[in-house]
Design a protein around this ligand. Structure first.
Ligand SMILES: NC(=O)c1ccc[n+]([C@@H]2O[C@H](COP(=O)([O-])OP(=O)(O)OC[C@H]3O[C@@H](n4cnc5c(N)ncnc54)[C@H](O)[C@@H]3O)[C@@H](O)[C@H]2O)c1
Length: 382
């Protein structure tokens, strides 16, 4: 099925690299970026046809799906234009900058009889599928709790100016800091959670901007929250704690806690990540081993299948195109898509609740207080 890329920035190279895995399902008709230098760098590197304008891309009957890889502030405008031109759309996350905007886009698609799907598609990846197959098979008993971490370390202190994509796009730091790590990343945990446990019923969240000065030149005008955490409630009494930050040390674990054990995906951004099953230790020795040598207390689960991506420096660890291929197959087979508009819309709403809890409910002030302990008292241990 014919697809065209709009937005040839940093992530577009990862999508383009993964296209080779889907030669049977997807055919790239061309690419477009409104930044002409970016367009020629990208199309030159990959030897792809470049459309001269968005209108030209949208007028091409060979293109059935528009792959919207623009930055989040431009998602809605490009998706609207594509739907108006009769194209199906696969959009990078978030679908829109608010639940309201995402809802509007979903409505437009539905009325036009077109498909609208959204990234991320990592819940179709081998590591999440392996974990989910084990949960379904009862390996950890009844699921009670999930801890999903999306901490990226102090990104503003990293040497991110050296993060360059294959076709030469520098990582768009300003955009990332102003969009916010929760908008950028929560979807990787939410997609997996919702695919496994159904829709989120209730959210209790907190977010804040801990370090406003991210040392950019010029300074950021609107730095977004750089830390958020929230508890999500699902049917069946399952609770997930999702944490996003670009402050705390790097940690992308996704741990599913059942009554009989724990399944631990080491890296939610890696389709080839190890997935470890740990039984809850009961005896004294078992609990000691669990505490002191956690690496000894689990067994690696056999992946549902070997990841198709070959690993190596500079190669993506996720098959970004898998969701687009799923959308194309769903259209071709006239069946529901696993990443449909309702899912993308739901992820967008929960993401907004995590990043901007103040838009939904006021934080509760604490009535009581207490005196801080004097430093001398700490020092003497009294
Ligand atoms: N950067 C990453 O590592 C990464 C990883 C996964 C997903 N994503 C997601 O991918 C999306 C793009 O991120 P990015 O890092 O590639 O951003 P980017 O800023 O590097 O690229 C966006 C590109 O879109 C172009 N663009 C914007 N509006 C346009 C329009 N109306 N018409 C044509 N081109 C337009 C820009 O010129 C730019 O080249 C975001 O939604 C982001 O959340 C990024």
């Amino acid at each position: 099925m014919g697809i065209a890329i709009v937005g040839c920035g940093y992530v577009a190279d990862s999508y383009r690299y993964c296209l080779q895995l889907h030669g049977g399902a997807l055919r790239l008709t061309g690419v477009y970026d409104r930044d002409s230098e970016r367009l020629s760098a990208f199309s030159g590197y990959w030897k792809d046809a470049a459309y001269p304008s968005l209108d030209a891309l949208l007028a091409d009957p060979a293109c059935r799906i528009v792959l919207n890889l623009t930055d989040p502030h431009n998602h809605a405008a490009v998706t609207r234009a594509a739907l108006a031109a009769g194209k199906h759309v696969y959009s990078e996350k978030p679908l829109g900058l608010s639940a309201q905007e995402a809802q509007e886009l979903a409505g437009l698609a539905e009325r036009a009889g077109l498909r609208l799907a959204g990234a991320p598609c990592n819940f179709l990846g081998e590591s999440v599928q392996t974990a989910w197959a084990a949960v379904r098979a009862g390996a950890i008993g009844r699921v009670r709790l999930v801890y999903a971490e999306l901490d990226d370390g102090m990104v503003h202190r990293a040497d991110y100016t050296n993060w360059i994509s294959r076709s030469g796009r520098a990582w768009p730091a300003r955009g990332e800091f102003e969009t916010g790590c929760t908008y950028e990343h929560a979807g990787y945990a939410l997609g997996a959670l919702i695919a496994m446990f159904g829709p989120v019923r209730q959210v209790s969240a907190y977010s804040t901007l801990l370090i406003a000065d991210k040392k950019t030149r010029p300074p950021l005008e609107n730095p977004a929250p750089d830390f958020s955490t929230g508890c999500l409630e699902f049917d069946g009494g399952i609770v997930a704690r999702v944490t996003n930050s670009i402050i705390a040390p790097y940690d992308h674990r996704f741990r599913i806690v059942g009554e009989e054990g724990v399944i631990d995906i080491a890296e939610i951004w890696d389709y080839g990540s190890s997935v470890i099953l740990r039984r809850a230790a009961t005896g004294r020795l078992g609990r000691l081993i669990e505490r002191r040598w956690p690496q000894l207390s689990g067994r690696r689960l056999k992946p549902v299948r070997a990841p198709l991506l070959k690993r190596g420096p500079g190669r993506p660890t996720m098959d970004f195109m898998r969701g687009v291929a799923e959308l194309a197959s769903a259209i071709y087979e006239d069946r529901p898509c696993k990443l449909d508009a309702a899912l993308a819309m739901h992820i967008t709403e929960v993401t907004e609740m995590l990043q901007h809890p103040d838009r939904f409910a006021q934080p509760s002030p604490v009535a009581s207080s207490c005196k801080p302990i004097e430093p001398e008292a700490w020092a003497t241990g009294r």
